[in-house]
Design a protein around this ligand. Structure first.
Ligand SMILES: Cc1cc2nc3c(=O)[nH]c(=O)nc-3n(C[C@H](O)[C@H](O)[C@H](O)COP(=O)(O)O)c2cc1C
Length: 190
């Protein structure tokens, strides 16, 4: 089993990074193969809505997203980790998700499996927000659910922590990292 973790924070070693690391430790402890991608280090141009993908089923923009398409196709489990920025997912994560429009085109226009095959895939959302605003995770959750629906990925769960702002503060939460480790184990057990 191959598990892909995608880190969407600009802050290396920040709260969502720490949670993702723990999830993937749980995954690796179960013998699954793990790969992590840190989006902030990559060049991912926002979708240009050129519609080239409607015919090709591929994105014509040649940047680091091309490697992510390959990784998504190979993965059996996908963990998306991104902080809340202005009540939604970080721009790094949203840009990556918007570039999955070519996978939408594969499924709904070209009528082929969006990730190349029909193997059962599952995904997990990891997010953190600095405040405790009502509805803090609603927009981000909807975006990820929409992506997973398009990619035929089952929404297998979420790890969401509010009121965590300072870099590394998640490590002082009574059991967040433990919850993350266990969520990783569960993701590959299911
Ligand atoms: C540009 C920006 C926008 C933010 N917007 C929100 C927000 O709308 N609501 C919130 O609760 N926290 C917001 N935060 C705080 C982050 O969600 C919080 O610091 C989080 O712990 C960062 O996680 P990270 O360390 O994984 O990047 C924002 C932070 C930044 C830098």
């Amino acid at each position: 089993m191959r598990v892909l973790g995608i880190a969407g924070s600009p802050r290396r070693g920040g709260n969502t990074d720490l949670l993702l690391e723990e999830v993937l430790k749980g995954v690796a402890g179960k013998g699954a193969e793990v790969k992590t991608i840190a989006l902030n280090r990559l060049k991912i141009t926002p979708c240009q809505h050129c519609d080239a993908c409607l015919e090709a089923g591929k994105c014509r923009i040649q940047d680091d997203m091309q490697g992510i398409y390959d990784e998504l196709e190979q993965a059996d489990r996908i963990v998306l980790a991104a902080p809340i920025h202005f009540m939604g997912l970080s721009a790094q994560m949203k840009a990556m998700i918007d570039r999955c429009q070519c996978l939408w085109a594969r499924k709904y226009v070209l009528k082929v499996p969006p990730l190349g095959d029909d193997r059962p895939r599952k995904g997990l959302l990891v997010s953190v927000g600095g405040t405790k605003y009502k509805d803090l995770f609603d927009a981000g959750r909807q975006v990820v659910k929409s992506l997973f629906t398009v990619l035929n990925i089952e929404y297998a769960g979420e790890l969401l922590f509010e009121g965590i702002d300072e870099k590394g503060a998640i490590a002082r939460h009574p059991d967040a990292l433990n919850q993350a480790f266990e969520a990783g184990q569960k993701l590959v057990d299911e």
